[in-house]
Design a protein around this ligand. Structure first.
Ligand code: 6PG
Length: 247
């Protein structure tokens, strides 16, 4: 997999990732409504959100020109402790001045199937042209599980998510709740995809995917068609990489 691999110490991971996100978001504005970002759930992305909610980033990022979407969501109420929206609300949204109309959460008060269709319509309304094309996010943030899942694209549930749709509802085996997720088609249309991975327990899967020996994993399917792919790793997560830089 050709991509940019950033390897930093755990101590500076949040700062390094936040600085890169700020650089990406300060770039050229493509959409008429400003920049677009798809947020990830999980504890590792939460580290980044926490850092973005503090100076200098909380002041330098133009939140009023940024539209926040979610790459995936658990089908629980938006104030549930397992909600990705709730996590971002607590760690970031509650500390920044982002207009309400710029926050596009998955409406999990609907059934999973209806929430997925509703979110698909949200994307179609926001990314209108050309009609029928794939939305292009300026930045997609992703985490990765030890099983190679990313967003809510889990191994074994491919029939549910490997489709031409923009958003699907899935209930992955072993997961306690249904989820709504952007599809590979949408993720791979992004201008920049950034994986955020820390910890030694992720080292094996990171090495398998980056060294190309894990083609079957969902995360290995995420390779932007024309954009940048950045793997932001701390030294523990990178500890099994044979070739330190893949770029
Ligand atoms: C979620 C994410 C999921 C997450 C990975 C990694 O809803 O939880 O979409 O894909 O990014 O499971 O999570 P950690 O960063 O907490 O290990």
């Amino acid at each position: 997999m050709k991509c940019e691999v950033h390897i930093v110490s755990s101590e500076v991971f949040a700062d390094h990732a936040a600085a890169e996100v700020a650089r990406i978001l300060s770039g050229e504005v493509h959409g008429p409504s400003g920049r677009t970002i798809a947020l990830s759930g999980g504890s590792t992305p939460a580290i980044l959100y926490e850092r973005l909610s503090h100076p200098p980033f909380v002041e330098t990022i133009q939140w009023e020109n940024l539209h926040l979407f979610w790459g995936d969501e658990r089908c629980v109420p938006s104030d549930h402790s397992e909600s990705n929206f709730r996590m971002v609300q607590d760690v970031l949204l509650s500390k920044i001045d982002c207009p309400e109309e710029n926050i596009h959460r998955v409406r999990t008060e609907l059934s999973p199937l209806d929430a997925a269709s509703d979110y698909e319509r949200t994307l179609e309304r926001f990314f209108p042209d050309p009609a029928g094309s794939t939305p292009v996010f300026d930045l997609v943030l992703l985490g990765i599980g030890e099983d190679g899942h990313t967003a809510s694209l889990f191994p074994g549930s491919e029939p549910e998510w490997d489709v031409d749709r923009l958003v699907v509802a899935v209930h992955p085996t072993g997961q306690s709740m249904a989820r709504v997720t952007l599809t590979v088609r949408v993720l791979n249309s992004a201008r920049v995809i950034m994986f955020l991975v820390t910890g030694r327990r992720k080292a094996k899967i990171v090495n398998e995917i980056l060294e190309g020996s894990g083609p079957g994993y969902p995360a290995a399917r995420i390779q932007p068609r024309g954009g940048r792919c950045i793997w932001m790793l701390d030294q523990d997560a990178a500890s099994e990489l044979q070739s330190a830089g893949n770029s």
